[in-house]
Design a protein around this ligand. Structure first.
Ligand code: TMP
Length: 205
């Protein structure tokens, strides 16, 4: 089972994953947490380039392609082998981030972006994708406060508004794969809802 968490900046995805992993492991599930961009040594090196605040000259096409390069490695080195072992792979972001950020945010042309994603992933689609949805201004403030500011966070508020709207559009287009969790609430309520949503899709162990 391949589960991905998505969301605009400051939606809190990253803080929820360790607690979800602990919860499901205690219940006997074999669950492997990972993240994009990254998850592999090559991917983490590409992440450094992508997030480096100094790389202000990066063109959106360069950005789009670097994410796909990291992703191809991630799918082949991490996701497919783990799925083949019957594990649950829980990823902090996957290709829907490219559609939201590079497609909607940078307006890179959704058809082209989708074609690149298909090439990078070999067509591997998650079984479940959860959108942690949060108001753009609240999310950006949270990230600034947490001192986790990266090169993409510095894009305009309008960029981040397009990202969020893009996610909501994707949910409409593929409702069977997506679940939306309101991440504007208190952390514990969000964690509990995430547990419920994921549990409802897992086989009994
Ligand atoms: P995060 O790990 O703090 O969520 O940072 C990842 C950043 O990378 C975030 O700003 C979203 C961005 N991103 C893309 O723009 N496209 C992608 O395909 C992925 C995976 C991430």
């Amino acid at each position: 089972m391949f589960i991905t968490l998505e969301g605009p900046e400051g939606s809190g995805k990253t803080s929820h994953i360790p607690c979800l992993v602990e919860y499901f492991r205690e219940r006997g599930h074999v669950i492997f947490p990972t993240r994009e961009p990254g998850g592999t040594s090559i991917g983490e090196q590409i992440r450094e380039i992508l997030h480096d605040l100094k790389n202000t000259e990066m063109h959106p096409r360069t950005e789009t392609l670097l994410y796909q390069a990291a992703r191809a490695q991630f799918v082949e080195q991490v996701v497919r082998p783990r799925l083949a072992l019957g594990e649950i792979v829980l990823s902090d972001r996957y290709y829907d981030s490219t559609i939201a950020y590079q497609g909607y945010g940078h307006q890179q042309g959704l058809e082209q972006v989708r074609a690149l994603i298909k090439y990078a992933t070999g067509g591997l689609v998650p079984d479940l994708t959860i959108l942690l949805d949060v108001d753009v201004e609240i999310g950006l403030k949270r990230k600034q406060k947490a001192d986790e500011w990266n090169r993409l966070d510095a894009y305009t508020v309008d960029f981040h508004r397009r990202v969020r709207a893009g996610y909501l559009e994707m949910v409409k287009q593929e409702p069977a794969r997506w679940r939306v969790v309101n991440a504007g609430r208190e952390w514990q309520s969000v964690q509990e809802e995430l547990r419920r949503v994921i549990s409802s899709r897992l086989p009994d162990v």
